[in-house]
Design a protein around this ligand. Structure first.
Ligand SMILES: Nc1ncnc2c1ncn2[C@@H]1O[C@H](COP(=O)(O)OP(=O)(O)OP(=O)(O)O)[C@@H](O)[C@H]1O
Ligand SMILES: [Mg+2]
Length: 338
């Protein structure tokens, strides 16, 4: 568990309503230093959450701090100290990149000369140093995203808050964005909070996640810890696969099967021994056996589909039994998938 000092963002009962619509519902969140992914489907409340903790929009009720500053009263202090990369275009198409980035430094109160020097560095860092004198209107989506990131890091903040940083990017630019974020976290010792609905991107940058669903907190914690709920052993079976499946199910193991490939919920210490025992009883031959590494996507589905939305932490997730989870097999394993 993190010490409070390690928490960079903290909220208690945070609620935001737009008229009758509750976009954020009673959120109690703790975000530690490091890289955290803010996950959720469209409309889950990710952007609303980011804008609320930046003091750009006012919470309806509840409280929170970012880097120790109060989100309700110290929005401008917060925005001075973090770098925010907004979801939608925040760029002036008629400016060239260097002036756009310098301008965002000036808005933060930087001296124009310092801001210009820093703008050169920031654009170099995000990979568009060569194009810095071009008008933004001529930029690709990837170059615009990079420019937005350069604006966010002009004052060298310790915390970068990025809303869908890889949205709309093709494979190469997406790759570059991910590696840039990784560099900031790993080499620069900076913290990143990135909203995304792309699990792969989050998994590659982040150690922690916060998962929102319809404005509510569905899960938060270390990805590694959360994955504990979704451990399985995968086996390849030759002969008597149906009999083996039946027997394992009779003995209380969750089994998903597609043909000769079976995944058995790894719930007890000696699951493997039980599998081998059952296989020898029914005369099935096991050709391969290994621990199946769940992806963040698997985890997301397991949480969403099977746990309801009252789950608050990895401990709560771990407390629920595999039977209660009823993990539906992905399409590749013959299940209904997502
Ligand atoms: N200014 C607004 N006025 C009214 N409703 C809003 C406003 N902004 C957002 N909402 C609603 O609040 C909910 C959360 O929206 P939000 O943009 O925070 O979601 P999101 O998780 O960022 O979604 P996306 O993945 O599409 O970016 C949605 O139902 C949205 O329609
Ligand atoms: Mg959004």
């Amino acid at each position: 568990m993190s010490e409070p000092d390690d928490l960079i963002i903290h909220t208690k009962g945070l609620t935001k309503s737009y008229g009758p619509h509750t976009a954020l519902d009673d959120l109690n969140l703790s975000v530690p230093r490091g890289a955290t992914g803010l996950l959720g489907q469209n409309g889950a409340g990710k952007s609303t959450f980011l804008k609320t903790i930046l003091g750009l929009i006012t919470a309806t009720s509840g409280e929170g701090t970012v880097l120790g500053y109060d989100i309700q009263t110290q929005g401008s202090e917060i925005r001075q100290r973090i770098g925010y990369m907004p979801e939608y275009e925040a760029l002036n198409p008629n400016m060239d990149a260097i002036h756009q980035v310098r301008y965002s430094g000036e808005l933060l109160g930087m001296n124009p000369k310092v801001a210009l020097n820093r703008a050169h560095e920031a654009l170099q860092f995000v990979g568009i140093g060569e194009q810095r004198y071009r008008e933004i209107s001529s930029f690709s989506t990837g170059m615009k995203q990079a420019t937005k990131l350069a604006c966010a890091i002009i004052h060298d903040p310790d915390l970068i808050i990025a809303d869908e940083p890889s949205n709309g990017l093709d494979m190469n630019t997406r790759e570059f964005m991910i590696s840039t974020l990784n560099t900031m976290v790993n080499d620069g010792q900076r913290s990143v909070l990135m909203a995304s609905h792309l699990m792969d991107d989050v998994e590659r940058v982040c150690d922690n996640i916060v998962l929102l669903h319809k404005g509510r907190l569905a899960a938060q914690g270390r990805i590694e810890d959360l994955k504990e709920i979704d451990r399985e052993i995968e086996i390849h079976v030759w002969g008597s696969a149906s009999a083996l499946e039946e027997l394992l199910k009779d003995r209380g193991f969750g089994v998903r099967r597609e043909g000769r490939v079976m995944r058995i919920a790894h719930t007890v210490e000696d699951t493997a021994t039980h599998i081998l025992q059952a296989a020898s009883e029914v005369g099935a031959q096991i050709r391969k056996m290994h621990e199946y590494e769940a992806s963040l996507e698997d985890l997301f589905l397991a949480i969403m589909d099977n746990l309801g939305y009252a789950v608050k932490s990895s401990e709560d997730l771990l407390a629920s039994t595999v039977e209660a989870r009823r993990v539906d097999a992905p399409q590749s394993l013959g299940g209904g998938g997502a």
